[in-house]
Ligand binder design. Structure first.
Ligand SMILES: Nc1ncnc2c1ncn2[C@@H]1O[C@H](COP(=O)(O)OP(=O)(O)OP(=O)(O)O)[C@@H](O)[C@H]1O
Ligand SMILES: [Mg+2]
Length: 293
């Protein structure tokens, strides 16, 4: 499952939330990041370790993919001579080859993501995951990640890379194996990007989630009454401030509703008021998602 969307809309938070939901259902689950930032482990107050599969909660794991390490694993699996694999996977060679091969990082990253779900893992002794939730990079880079296997397969045409590229591309295309979920906030730019994603993917999105929706606290009648009251002269300063705050909140909520109306009944997740999100807030979002879905 891939979470796509504009930067900052909550992809990492929702990847962790969806991971939590899947693990709750007893499925061995991993949330994959590609940012190198460790945003997912931070939500669980866990230490981030790039390239290491680590357990965050019962049945829930996380991995921040390191493309160079993915290349090493791949080479050791494919090449019988360790010394050649080591040489090809060395950091200098990797830097040179990656710079000269557009899309190589994406291909290695998606190859690693695919590997996590394979019955026979490349990593010795590792068990496959039932569910892989990918906190994909923001919009365009997320699409490039999904497109890499197809691009590589057509560039290589024959041989093991083409074969592997085609296998991964087929898994990504298969809507019974791979789900594409777009995330937005109820803001114009984020909704624009979601609609753009929908178009770019040819309508193959499995779900649309709008995250950070503020609770609508006012009815239409309340809103009209607020605006009338705001226009009354000679209000006490405290009353004027309170009214101004209420009117601002109401117009924000109206603007959010306008953005939500541009989409076709997306799943809505609430804005959570907390200084920093943690496990408790993720549980809250997981409950909201389970109720909405
Ligand atoms: N439902 C929510 N309620 C309140 N805050 C939220 C909610 N969802 C996400 N946030 C906060 O919004 C910020 C952005 O969230 P997150 O890091 O998940 O977004 P992202 O799309 O992964 O961002 P980036 O593009 O930087 O990777 C974080 O501070 C997060 O705690
Ligand atoms: Mg993120």
């Amino acid at each position: 499952m891939f979470l796509l969307g504009k930067g900052g809309v909550g992809r990492s938070t929702l990847a962790a939330t969806l991971g939590l939901l899947a693990a709750r259902q007893g499925r061995r689950t991993i949330v994959v990041e590609v940012s190198g930032r460790g945003d997912v482990p931070r939500l669980f107050a866990a230490k981030a370790r790039t390239g290491v599969e680590s357990e965050l909660a019962p049945g829930l794991w996380t991995l921040d993919v390191d493309p160079r390490q993915a290349l090493e694993e791949y080479l050791h699996d494919q090449l019988p001579l360790r010394v050649i694999a080591d040489l090809l996977g060395s950091s200098t060679t990797f830097g040179i080859v990656a710079a000269a091969t557009p899309g190589l990082r994406e291909m290695l990253t998606i190859g690693k993501i695919w590997e996590l779900s394979q019955p026979k893992r490349r990593v010795r002794g590792a068990a496959p995951y039932d569910v892989v939730v990918v906190d994909a990079p923001a919009t365009g880079h997320g699409l490039a990640l999904l497109d890499a296997p197809r691009t590589f397969a057509s560039a290589a045409a024959v041989g093991p890379i083409a074969r592997q590229g085609r296998r991964i591309a087929a898994t990504l295309r298969d809507r019974s194996l791979t789900a594409l979920v777009a995330v937005a906030t109820p803001e114009r730019a984020a909704v624009d990007e979601l609609i753009g994603l929908r178009r770019a993917l040819g309508g193959s999105l499995d779900a649309e989630i709008v995250n950070g929706v503020a609770a609508a606290r006012f009815s239409a009648a309340d809103a009209a009454a607020l605006r009338d009251a705001g226009e009354r002269p000679a209000l006490a300063p405290e009353t004027r401030h309170a009214l101004a705050a209420a009117i601002a909140a109401e117009s924000r909520s109206r603007a959010q509703r306008r953005q939500l109306a541009r989409l076709d009944a997306p799943l809505e997740l609430p804005l959570i008021l907390a200084r920093e999100l943690g496990l408790r807030e993720l549980e809250q979002l997981a409950d909201a998602l389970a109720a909405a879905a």
